[in-house]
Design a protein around this ligand. Structure first.
Ligand SMILES: [Zn+2]
Length: 502
């Protein structure tokens, strides 16, 4: 059995003005652009291919690699980048023909500079090469914005069930099994979906507590244990994308029973719709959060989550409001990961380790993440920036935010601020440890992350506080200027309504 594979995976925040380019895909530690054997070499990592490659071996099927590109979430993807990757994937499939199936890796919320539905475009291109009869199956991110075209072209989707996404390898394994069973004629996948008139903030989709989405996902797991159900998926959607089809959706794949698939997709959608008011998030004011952390017991660790400037949601990465609050409060034992400011990094490197610097940092990328803030401190560390991910999510992969410096503000035991060339996604303890900061021994850890930090940091945290600061991953969806999103939609429009079809 010959299964061809490749894909493009990026999550697009359309409120980010800066496009995502081919250079971003190609920058080590920021993007991953791999071809041929390099794809198969991802076996064993905490990624989609980490699971798929091992499972293909176990099932005794040949996985023929083409091209795979993934990159840090950000602005709309340039046509140059998308067209090049799509053309390589299509050419690779064409060269491999005849094939029995396609395992196409997608994110689900990628938008192009001139088109809202990149996954639909890629699926259409792949379908045109393999014809109508070769099955195409894909794993999807939990933050997929599901389009009608994606559903019309694909034979099977399986979404992540964990946020933080600790189940990427397992989701890929499930998707590959459905594809193989379809090729072998052991099952005939029939797929139904519901897209609700509902957008929800990412922070309400977390599965480390009984979030409203988690309640539906728990039911999806039960459905998957029932006869005839191949997979059941609840997608939270990605609300920081102004595209018509953004929002919460459900997908159920059954063995040759479309009516049953629709019935269960409706059931999962009903669970989400009935809880729509529970998707609201109530972040805490900065001053109150710092006061609570400062008053904490000895050896306690408080995560102050900068959920509105989340690297994993494509924001500026240079939001300043929490840092401003720390300085105003003369905070002690605080570590900040991180503020993107290439000019400040260059200035610190020019000054040298041990030098005192006075700089204006952050707040420069756009006008949506707080104003620049002046700091005075000592350059404590200069680092080229790359390090190995040690936790479950993305284990075995290398991350880099470009050249990185640590500036110590307020002397020893004060505020340790990481300044980076590029924005990052601090979801792993090594975002501190690689730079000489032991996170279990700091009172306050500031993380630019909406939720992915929880996998690694909840186990070491006394408390996690979601901070109310400005940014384009804010849970306050009513503050976003949606133009292309379909309306009416909850919670923006009181008249939004939905009733199940089956
Ligand atoms: Zn996601």
């Amino acid at each position: 059995m010959r299964i061809v594979t490749g894909g493009i995976a990026q999550e697009t925040n359309t409120f980010q003005w800066q496009p995502t380019t081919l250079a971003d895909f190609s920058r080590p530690g920021f993007g991953t652009l791999v071809r041929g054997q390099e794809i198969l070499d991802l076996e064993g990592t905490g990624t989609v291919y980490g699971g798929a490659v091992a499972e293909a071996k176990r099932l005794g099927v040949e996985l023929i690699p083409t091209t795979y590109g993934t990159v840090m979430p950000g602005g709309r993807v340039s046509r140059e980048a998308f067209d090049l990757l799509r053309d390589e994937i299509v050419a690779g499939i064409d060269a491999a023909m005849p094939v029995d199936g396609v395992f196409l890796v997608l994110h689900g919320a990628m938008a192009l500079e001139d088109h809202d539905d990149a996954e639909g475009r890629l699926l259409a291109a792949v379908r045109s090469v393999v014809g109508p009869d070769v099955p195409i199956v894909s794993p999807l991110d939990l933050h997929t914005n599901l389009s009608d075209e994606m559903m019309a072209i694909s034979d099977g989707f399986v979404g992540y069930k964990e946020y933080p996404h600790t189940d990427m390898p397992n989701t890929a394994i499930e998707a590959l099994r459905i594809l193989v069973s379809a090729i072998r004629g052991e099952a005939k996948p029939e797929m139904a979906y519901v897209r609700l008139p509902l957008i929800a903030p990412n922070q309400s989709m977390v599965t480390t507590w009984q979030s409203p989405l988690k309640i539906a996902i728990d039911r999806a797991r039960e459905l998957e244990a029932l006869p005839g159900v191949l997979s059941a998926t609840v997608l939270g959607g990605f609300p920081f994308a102004d595209v018509p089809f953004a929002g919460v959706a459900t997908i159920v794949v059954t063995d040759n029973d479309l009516a049953l698939a629709q019935q269960y997709a409706d059931e999962l959608a009903t669970i989400c719709w009935e809880r729509r008011a529970d998707f609201t998030i109530h972040p805490m004011k900065i001053e109150a959060a710092i006061a609570e952390a400062t008053a904490g017991e000895e050896n306690s660790v408080y995560v102050l989550a900068d959920i509105s400037d989340s690297g994993a949601s494509g924001t500026a990465g240079d939001g300043t409001e929490i840092l401003r609050g720390l300085i105003a409060a003369n905070a002690r034992s605080a570590a900040v990961a991180q503020i993107m400011d290439a000019d400040a990094v260059a200035a610190c490197i020019a000054a040298g380790v041990g030098s005192e610097v006075t700089l204006t940092v952050g707040g420069k990328h756009d006008r949506l993440h707080g104003d620049p803030v002046e700091i005075t401190g000592m350059v404590k560390l200069i680092h080229e920036g790359s390090f190995l991910i040690g936790g479950v999510m993305g284990s075995g992969t290398v991350s880099s935010r470009g050249r990185t410096v640590v500036v110590e503000i307020g002397g020893r035991g004060g505020i340790e601020l990481q300044l980076t060339e590029y924005r990052g996604h601090p979801h792993d303890l090594n975002f501190f440890r690689a730079f000489g900061i032991e996170p279990t021994q700091r009172r306050m850890l500031v993380l630019k992350s909406a939720a992915h930090f929880r996998a690694a940091f909840e186990p070491i945290a006394t408390n996690v506080i979601e901070i109310d600061a400005p940014g384009i991953s804010s849970p306050k969806l009513e503050t976003f200027d949606y133009v292309r999103l379909r309306r009416p939609i909850y919670p923006l429009d009181a008249e939004a309504s939905w009733s199940q079809s089956s």
